[in-house]
Write a protein that binds this ligand. Structure first.
Ligand SMILES: Nc1ncnc2c1ncn2[C@@H]1O[C@H](COP(=O)(O)OP(=O)(O)OP(=O)(O)O)[C@@H](O)[C@H]1O
Length: 264
């Protein structure tokens, strides 16, 4: 990365929020979808772009598994038309690839595919576009962060100390002078488990304080702690995103995150 690339501002999108994680399976896509639901629920014009080429989640989360976006001419340009659910404009790399097969794209193809998905989707006017990225730090991140103006990132982790080295790589990437993307903070997902019948009880299944110590280590705020909630897993896997924020503790956690983002 020696060359400074001029970043493109998408004129109709006020804020682009990147959701990243050091490693896979920590709940990054769930967090991205939950933030988008919270923003839309508060009346912000919201979009969600699923750029996770290795495991796109939007088709499953929003029950759009067989959906194929239409192409329409808008303002003299061929545009991909996003789907809209719960007031969120949705686009996913998963609408264009066979999600049952491994994606073996190389760098330039990833880069042009992701840039096209972002620039050629007809988002209309948006207050916030949330982008779910693949785990780790790779071509998708470099493409988005070097080529487009983004407002900031949230880094999702689980409480285990093991996550430290992976989170460090993600933080270093956002801090790189060529990238220069502010980090809103760390989100600790699956922070504890509370049985539905005893919501006041907290069981720290994966250890306690991991998110806070990660945040301290990198001098970042811990913007939210999201409990492990079996209903949340079930409703996400069944494509029932509307149920996600019906649980009080989950709603409170996403409100915390939402406030951490909009206050910046
Ligand atoms: N707080 C939670 N409580 C219960 N289940 C959760 C929670 N967060 C995520 N899950 C579940 O964990 C699984 C992995 O979540 P998700 O797909 O969001 O992770 P990811 O980090 O995006 O994964 P990938 O590495 O594939 O991109 C999903 O089945 C999801 O429903």
């Amino acid at each position: 990365m020696n060359q400074q690339i001029e970043k493109k501002k998408l004129p109709n999108i006020k804020n682009i929020i990147i959701v990243a994680s050091g490693k896979g399976g920590v709940g990054k896509s769930t967090v991205a979808a939950g933030v988008a639901m919270s923003l839309a629920g508060e009346g912000y014009k919201t979009g969600l772009l699923d750029a996770d080429i290795f495991g796109p989640s939007v088709p499953l989360l929003f029950d759009l598994q067989d959906a194929k976006p239409e192409v329409e001419v808008r303002d003299g340009k061929q545009c991909l038309m996003p789907f809209e659910k719960y007031g969120i404009k949705l686009m996913s790399i998963g609408f264009f690839i066979d999600t049952k097969q491994a994606v073996v794209w190389r760098g330039p193809r990833v880069s042009s595919g992701i840039s096209q998905l972002l620039s050629d989707t007809y988002w209309g006017e948006l207050d916030y576009l949330v982008i779910d990225t693949p785990p780790g730090t790779g071509d998708v991140h470099i493409t988005l962060l070097q080529n487009f103006e983004t407002s900031g990132a949230v880094v999702v982790t689980t409480p285990q100390q093991m996550a430290l080295a992976d989170v460090k790589k993600a933080v270093d990437m956002f801090n790189d002078p060529q990238i220069g993307t502010p980090i809103f903070g760390i989100v600790e997902n699956m922070a504890w488990f509370s049985p539905t019948a005893h919501p006041e009880e907290k069981y720290f299944l994966f250890g306690k304080g991991g998110g806070q110590s990660l945040a301290n280590e990198f001098n970042l705020p811990l913007v939210a702690q999201i409990p492990f909630n079996e209903k949340m897993g079930e409703s996400c896997d069944a494509g029932k995103m509307a149920e996600l924020l019906t649980d009080k503790s989950i709603k409170a956690a996403f409100n915390q995150l939402f406030n951490g983002i909009i206050s910046k």
